[in-house]
Design a protein around this ligand. Structure first.
Ligand SMILES: Nc1ncnc2c1ncn2[C@@H]1O[C@H](COP(=O)(O)OP(=O)(O)OP(=O)(O)O)[C@@H](O)[C@H]1O
Length: 582
C-alpha cells in the first residue's frame, strides 16, 4: 500500500506539527486531529510505549469518542479510509493487547474485542452492573388484584401501553420507546396512577428530561392527561407532579458538569423516577443517573431509540432497547422493553416520511415527497424560506413590541431552520447570518442594538444562578415602562431577566438538529447536509423531520436525502452486547 503524498501547510492548526510516521500520515489526511495525535504520543511517552501501531490505536480511540463512539473495533477501522496504510489486524490487535498502555488500571482497556479509553469502559461496565443489580433483586411486591383493577381502569384494552404500565409496576427498570405521538407521555401519566394504586399515599415521583424545554413539555403533557382523563381521586393525587431537568434533579454542582450531589452515597429519595428523551443521554449521564437512583426505586426510561444519540459519546437508549430485548425472558415475566409503534397524532404525511427514513427506505421517502402533499416540500428556493423566516420573526417581534411575552414565546415555536452542521455553508452560523441580512432588509423595522425588542434567544450554557439551561429559548420583550427584559418559560410560568444578566446566549433563527431534540415546532425548514458529510445520517434526518408538527421543508435535492437515509449513524459501543449477555 502506498502512502499518500500531501502538501502540508506547517502553520495549519489541524496538523500536529511533530506528527511523524504512521500518526503523521493519518493526521495529514484529517483522519486524526492534532489533539488525537498529541494525546496518543503523550500517553505513549508516559507508559514507555514506542510502538507506533499502538499509538495509532490510542489516537483512534480518542478520535472515536469525538465522534460519539465509546470504543473502537480495530477490525472495522480500515473502512474509515481504505487507502491508508492500516496495520495488519491480527498483529495490530496482539500489539495493542500486550501494550503497557492497555489493561486494568491503565489508560486503555481491551474488552469484548474492543478498545476503550478506560473512563468509558468503567462507565459502560457500571451501567451494566447497576442494571444487573436492579434486576437481580426480588421484584417489587405487587398486589395482583389491585393491579388488575387499575390496569383495567386506565388501559381497558390489552395494548403495548398496558404492557408498559404493567412492566413499570412489576419491574424495577422499564424502557418505554416510541416515535412522536405514539402515546409515551399518555402511558407515563396513566402508569403513575397505576403505581399510586399500588403504593398508596406518599409515593415520591420524579419526572425529568435532559433539557428545560423537554421537561416543560413532559410536565405539560402529563398534566393534560391528568386533567382531561382522570377521575377526581387520581386527579388530586397527581395534580402537583412537576418535571425538572435531569441536571437539576441530580443536583448539579456549578463548575462540575459530570459529578452531582446525588450519587451512590447520597441517593435520590424518590420511589419512582421517570426520564423522558432518554436518547439524548450520554453514557456518562446514564451512569450518573443509575448510581443516583435507589436500587429499590422504579426507573422508567422513555424516549425514541431511532433519534440522534447524545452530542457526547454513547447511544444509550438504542443500546438499552437492543441489549435488554435480546436477554432471555424468564417464563411468566413481563418484558422490560416496550416500543410503541402506533402513531396517534399525525398518521399524516410527515409521519409517513419519517417512517420511511427510519426504515432506511429512500425510494419510499422520495415517493412520499414526490406525491406533493401539502405538509411537505423539497425545495431549494430561498424566496420561500425567506418568506417563512421573515413571517415568523415579524410575528415574534410584533408580540414582543406589544409586551405580550406569552404570545412572543408561542410565536418562537412557529418556525425553525434546522441544520446538521454548525459551521460551513450548510451550517447554523451561515444560515443565521443570512437570516439576519434578510431581516435587516425588511423595510421600516430596524433591529437596533444587541438587545433589540423581539430578539429570539438561545441559551448556550447552563446558568445555575439564573436557573437557565443550555437549549432554553426566550425572547426580548418590551415592558410597560419601555425597558427590555429577556423572557423565558419555566414550566407553566414565565421568568424574566435584565438582558445584561444573561451570559451565554445567541440569536436563534436557526439551530442544529442536535439542539432541537426535545422541542417541536409548527413548521420546520431542514437544510440537508451535503451527501458526503459524515453528519448526513438517517438519524439526523429522522430527528429533524419529527421536530415538525405541521409542515416540513427540506432544502436540497433527493441526492442529499438518499445519501443520508443510506447512512445509519455508526457509534461503536459494547453496551448492547454486555446487556444482552446479562
Ligand atoms: N391509547 C390511546 N388511544 C387514543 N389516543 C391516544 C392513546 N394514547 C395516546 N393517545 C393520543 O395520542 C396523542 C399523542 O400521545 P402522547 O403525547 O402521549 O405521545 P408521545 O409519544 O408522548 O408524543 P411525543 O413524543 O411527541 O411527546 C395524544 O393526543 C394522546 O391523547
Amino acid at each position: 500500500m502506498t502512502t499518500p503524498v500531501l502538501d502540508v501547510d506547517p502553520y495549519d492548526a489541524r496538523f500536529a506539527s511533530r506528527a511523524t510516521g504512521l500518526l503523521g500520515v493519518f493526521n495529514r489526511v484529517d483522519v486524526l486531529s492534532a489533539a488525537d495525535v498529541h494525546v496518543a504520543n503523550r500517553l505513549g511517552a508516559l507508559a514507555d510505549e514506542p510502538d507506533e501501531q499502538v499509538r495509532l490505536a490510542v489516537a483512534l480511540a480518542v478520535r472515536g469518542v469525538r465522534g460519539g463512539s465509546v470504543c473502537i473495533d480495530l477490525r472495522e477501522m480500515a473502512r474509515v479510509a481504505p487507502d491508508l496504510p492500516w496495520p495488519e489486524v491480527g498483529s495490530w490487535t496482539d500489539r495493542v493487547k500486550a501494550s503497557p498502555l492497555v489493561g486494568p488500571g491503565r489508560p486503555l482497556r481491551w474488552d469484548l474485542d474492543l478498545l476503550y479509553l478506560d473512563r468509558y469502559w468503567r462507565q459502560e461496565d457500571q451501567v451494566r452492573a447497576d442494571l444487573t443489580v436492579r434486576e437481580a433483586q426480588l421484584p417489587p411486591s405487587v398486589d395482583p388484584a389491585v393491579l388488575q383493577d387499575s390496569l383495567d381502569r386506565h388501559f381497558p384494552e390489552l395494548t403495548d401501553q398496558r404492557l408498559a404500565a404493567e412492566s413499570a409496576v412489576r419491574r424495577w427498570t422499564t424502557v418505554l420507546g416510541g416515535g412522536p405521538g405514539t402515546g409515551k407521555t399518555t402511558t407515563v401519566a396513566r402508569l403513575l396512577a397505576v403505581l399510586h394504586d399500588q403504593h398508596g399515599p406518599g409515593l415520591r415521583i420524579a419526572l425529568a428530561a435532559p433539557t428545560g424545554k423537554a421537561a416543560a413539555r413532559l410536565q405539560e403533557a402529563v398534566q393534560q392527561v391528568v386533567a382531561t382523563e382522570f377521575g377526581a381521586a387520581d386527579r388530586e393525587r397527581l395534580a402537583g407532579v412537576t418535571a425538572s431537568t435531569l441536571h437539576r434533579l441530580l443536583g448539579s454542582r456549578p463548575g462540575d458538569g459530570t459529578r452531582f450531589r446525588h450519587d451512590r452515597e447520597n441517593r435520590l429519595p424518590h420511589d419512582i423516577v421517570v426520564v423522558d428523551e432518554t436518547s439524548m443521554l450520554s453514557l456518562t449521564l446514564m451512569a450518573r443517573l443509575l448510581e443516583a437512583v435507589r436500587p429499590d426505586a422504579r426507573l422508567v426510561l422513555v424516549g425514541d431509540p431511532d433519534q440522534l444519540a447524545s452530542v457526547e459519546a454513547g447511544a444509550v437508549l438504542a443500546d438499552l432497547v437492543a441489549g435488554l430485548t435480546a436477554r432471555p425472558l424468564p417464563a411468566g415475566s413481563v418484558r422490560p422493553v416496550v416500543v410503541l409503534t402506533h402513531t396517534w397524532r399525525f398518521g399524516s404525511v410527515i409521519g409517513r416520511l419519517a417512517g420511511a427514513v427510519r426504515a432506511g427506505d429512500a425510494d419510499a421517502a422520495v415517493a412520499v415527497l414526490a406525491a406533493g402533499e401539502a405538509p411537505l416540500d423539497l425545495d431549494t428556493s430561498e424566496e420561500r424560506i425567506r418568506d417563512d423566516v421573515v413571517r415568523a420573526a415579524t410575528a415574534i417581534r410584533a408580540a414582543a413590541k406589544d409586551g405580550d411575552a406569552r404570545a412572543a414565546l408561542a410565536q418562537l415555536d412557529r418556525h425553525r431552520v434546522l441544520c446538521a452542521h454548525r459551521a460551513g455553508p450548510f451550517g447554523v452560523q451561515a444560515w443565521s447570518r443570512k437570516i439576519e441580512r434578510w431581516l435587516a432588509d425588511v423595510p421600516g423595522d430596524p433591529r437596533e442594538g444587541e438587545w433589540y425588542i423581539g430578539r429570539p434567544l438561545l441559551v448556550t450554557a447552563n446558568d445555575y444562578a439564573l436557573g437557565l439551561f443550555n437549549g432554553d429559548t426566550g425572547v426580548v420583550v418590551r415592558q410597560a415602562d419601555g425597558s427590555a427584559r429577556a423572557v423565558f418559560a419555566r414550566g407553566a410560568d414565565l421568568v424574566d431577566f435584565a438582558p445584561s444578566r444573561l451570559g451565554d446566549v445567541e440569536t436563534v433563527h436557526a439551530m442544529t438538529v442536535h439542539r432541537s431534540q426535545g422541542s417541536q415546532f409548527e413548521r420546520v425548514t431542514v437544510i440537508l447536509p451535503p451527501a458526503d458529510s459524515p453528519l448526513a445520517t438517517r438519524e439526523m434526518i429522522y430527528t429533524a423531520l419529527t421536530r415538525a408538527k405541521e409542515h416540513v421543508r427540506l432544502v436540497g435535492s433527493d441526492v442529499e436525502l438518499r445519501a443520508a437515509i443510506a447512512r445509519p449513524a455508526a457509534r461503536a459501543s459494547g453496551l448492547r452486547l454486555r446487556l444482552a449477555s446479562g
